[in-house]
Ligand binder design. Sequence first.
Ligand SMILES: [Zn+2]
Ligand SMILES: [Zn+2]
Length: 1020
Amino acid sequence: MPYFKKETQKADFAKLEEDILELWDREKTFERSVDLREGCDKFVFVEGPPTANGLPHPGHILTRVVKDLVLRYKTMRGFYVKRKAGWDTHGLPVEIEVEKELGITSKQEIEKYGIEKFNQKCKESVFRYEKEWVNATKRVGFWIDMDDPYITFENDYIESVWWSLKEIWNKGLLYKGHKVVPFCPRCETTLSSHEVAQGYQDVEDPSVYVKFKLKQENDESEPLYLLAWTTTPWTLLGNIALAVHPSHTYVKVRVNVKDEDRVKEDVLILAEARLDVLEGEYEIIERFSGNDLEDLKYEPLFDFAKIEGGEAHKVITADFVTLDEGTGIVHTAPAFGEVDYEVCREKKLGFSQPVSIDGHFTHEVPPLEGMFVKDADKLIIDMLTQRGILYKEERYLHSYPFCWRCDSPLLYYARESWFIAMKSLRDNLLANNEKINWYPEHLKHGRFGNFLDDIEDWALSRERFWGTPLNIWVCNDCGQRYCVGSIKELQEKAKNSVPSDIDLHRPYIDDVVLECDACGGDMRRVKDVIDCWYDSGSAPFAQWHYPFEVEEFKQNFPAHFITEAIDQTRGWFYSLLGVSTAIFDAPPYLNVLSLGHILDEKGVKMSKSKGNVVDMNTLYDTEAADALRWYLFTAGPLTDDIRFSAQAIREKQKKFLNTLWNSYFFFVTYATIDQFSPKDKSIPVEQRNAIDRWLISRLNTLTKDVIDALERFELHVASRKIEEFTINDLSNWYIRRSRRRFWIVEENFDKDCAYLTLYEVLVSLCKLLAPFAPFVTEHIYQNLVRSVLEDELESVHLCDYPSPDESLIKVELEDSMELISKLVEAGRRARSDAGIKIRQPLKEVVVTCGKDKREKGEGLAEILKEEVNVREVLFKDEEFLMSGAAAEGDYKQVEVDEETRLFLDCCPDKNLIEEGLVRDIVRRTQGMRKDLDLEYTEKIEIMYVCDEEVKEAIHNFSDYIRNETLAVSIEEETPSNSAEDAESGHIYEKRWKIGEKEVSLAIKPLSSVERDKNISTREK
Ligand SMILES: [Zn+2]
Ligand SMILES: [Zn+2]
């Protein structure tokens, strides 16, 4: 008959995990766990695709283990959970890495190098660290199908993206606009608003007050200046207008200004509410409203740049002018500000753009030509100073957006760009967001909802190389535009022949010329590629090549669950919702779990530049993946940031995994000795001992709680409950209290109850814990279940998740045990207050409490008796207190709660004192057995030397000592007299001080004695 395999007392978890990985490989456990549920209800998950052009860091590992936990759990709960991996492969980040590698920094250099070669390099680089990603994913136990991932650069994927853009095009939501957009001069491309939102930093910029000279009818008049303020002096080169608020009050003031050595008077105009920007004395000459200033003309600050399309250099009125800062007169440059652009268009003013797309001044501005705009600030300020029109200069600390990818300051810059009209879908976005459950919930109407409230049109096009090409062709002759939605359509419309396996990337796609429907002329593709966030936002349908293949998408939309770090709120979480709303007007996911960031042990965000990133690849050489996972799950709400260090993981392993292992080891050790098999034993729970019923009740309560928490994605609540159960209920209470039941040698009903209970609980706990710690639970399952029950499922991960058996949940029993454990704690406190060690037996404890508690406590009084080591436990009511009995005895009193008190009798009689002494001797003897590494069943002889009092105690309790220590004899003797034994090393002697007494103990193992089972007791 098969039995459990013996285990080692200390587990090598890292080694164990390697073995389990091999087992899973060999038995295709992952694939089978998925296939097993085919035909069941679906639980749909979409993998947020990482980019494999860098190594995975702890943040990636966090999202991967969280995904794994949820998906394993749902699978065990009976759902069919497909797990398709995905790779995000396009976009600027990839291009930038390749530029670095090639040592080039501009678009011209890429074109010179060759787009074909460049894109080839990009394609290769996105899988540079694929192996590391696959290994890390596997090693941490994330089950996902990496053999058949979706890849955003594949033709099928691009074709689906094209289809979706054509849908948007057909709805009239894809348009070309001339708009001021945030623009990275280094990457030479626009950024979408959600990209901008990721990169704000506090910076100090110059803050300048500039005097614009009003044109007056009489040239001889005293000069009059409008005082305007800006923090971006370089934009003054594009100045077209000055804006004032129509109804605010403005004033004309006379001020003294220092000009070289002499003091000169100036007359300035500014808002009255902003007078405190002036320095020194001033005198108000006149008051008027903003309206009175409208249409006044002023002299241009510079006269280099040419102005197109309308008037310039006049005062306009606008409601956006505020009095919070500046002068109430706003410098307006339509080429460099979104609001500026809108207002100038409305007022039909002109436009001046003296800056090229790499952020450098053009030849239109000879003194600044070729300078990067931000670097030109100082020179511009000097020019203004020399001409006496700079009123003052300060430094200004403000929040400014930087490129989230390359860290360059962004410029707001009027560009032609393709947009998706998301603003017009705002209500749909908000309505679809209502259908999504957010974890944590506050994001729904907070960070995310607010973002949707202010949603802007999606700047979709990128003037770059490595990306999904924008599928719009324009006729050279008549300007007609056409959006292509599939490869087939491309072939049909093309003038040249297009193979069906054409690489849809640049430069190949750029060579495809279409025939214009309107005039028969040549249509060429716009040069742009699209925002890679649109790619990943298309994952729900593009990973299935929808609508060219229909079935998978139909069955897998919307997703039930996605999770990524919180920075994806404005990234992937948004792009998914944006794309899905534009195309299907439906939410693409129903539950989204947003995770916190990983910080180092000091609470600092991990980053390459700070050098505090934990190397995940070497971590597993020493730390178990289960310990890592368990640490992350229990650290706190996963929606918060988590501190991370190898040390913290190690401690987690000590605290939790080792406790679990010890409990399992305890069971296997005794079950092996007793050849216990769960196969031929069955005892109804109600016939078992109270503590068994209690543990089973606790297990079922735990199961309920864990499922409740997991359904709410409160992984930390679930895992902490399992940890508490394992450490407190199972190990520290049940096993510790039940040990003696396993030591009995004969066939015994109570022993069988204990074996069955511990066995059932360990197996159930394994299943509960399997999604959290997949390795150690598999190992335990293999031994506890597979070693003895060959008909059971081959892996714990193929099992159903336990469901609570309500009939086994005994709330009263749990309450009683909780009360007892509180009383035990109080009893121990009373002992320590009285300075009496736990091994000294005492006469009694008296508990005073109400009737309700008394009933709860009395049933389990035996446990209290043993734990507090007293002969008797008495429950009494308040009368005990009144009667004065409490005061008469030598009681130590401890308050348990408001209505409950515990009184410990602290006066042991002679018999109790002797027993206390003897218990100390037993404990020392057992320690000595351990020192010698004796087998559990090894018998010994004991010899002792001590005073009369101790001798008498030993004499009176000699049966007890022999039973507890497996001694065949206990004699007063000086062992060193026996020279022969001492030499042979058969005798182990030690001197002890027990309280006031000196005792010398020696033990002699009887290894010659046959180790049969026919002994009265076994040692723990
Ligand atoms: Zn950039
Ligand atoms: Zn045409």
